[in-house]
Design a binder for this molecule. Sequence first.
Ligand code: PGA
Length: 260
Amino acid sequence: MEVFVYKQYEEMSKTAAEEVADVLNAKPNAVLGMATGSTPLGVYLELVRMHQRGEIDFSHVTTFNLDEYVGLPITHAQSYHRFMHENFFRHVNIPPQNIHIPSGTTTNYRAFCDWYERRIVDCGGIDLQIVGIGSDGHIAFNEPGSSLRSRTRLKTLAKQTIDDNARFFDRPEDVPIYAITMGVGTIMEARQILMLANGVKKADAVAAAVEGPVTAMITASALQMHPNTKAFLDEAAASKLKMREYYDWIQFHKPGAPRV
Ligand code: PGA
């Protein structure tokens, strides 16, 4: 995992958006893996700005979202369908038929999950996957104990995740207990992964994911086994990394490295 630390959340988000733009410049019909939550909001804001300035075109892009709550209609204020529509899709020009978000209201979860997996493959696989990290070390809703080879499936959320997300709901008991999520194995097949984290609340999870052992107890640690993952962090999220000076050293010396 390559670690990049930024002074401010805004700078982190801007650089992450530039990574997305680089992918689209190289491959206008790229397949993007999208994430919800407060972390990627800055990236979406920046991508929308770039689109409005005419710097990026999404007209050939396909997207797959990581996860969705089970039981919330797509119009619910906290559904991830609604989140993505409000914060990103309605501001850019991705053809609606190219947008994929797991269904939280299907009557056949098993069949839907199998279809979602097949659809990712049929679209050529995910070129760049954006992921956040939960305070329990999850990626998407792959809670502690999830198989590191897991595929898209129905998942029971951990108490910590429900508590973390209660801030978005009127009452804590309104937070869904189940979600449908891409598996760790699904995410690991993306060609490139960008893991974003900001704030001190993520510092322990980030340290465990980046520097701890690879374990199903911290599913983000599986990204250590991925050949092309970058962790974009703000200072607070990076504050518990033991090898911080080394990451800065690498970035400082990178421009002088021999060209291959
Ligand atoms: P957050 O969630 O961006 O709202 O902190 C991240 C996650 O749970 O993956």
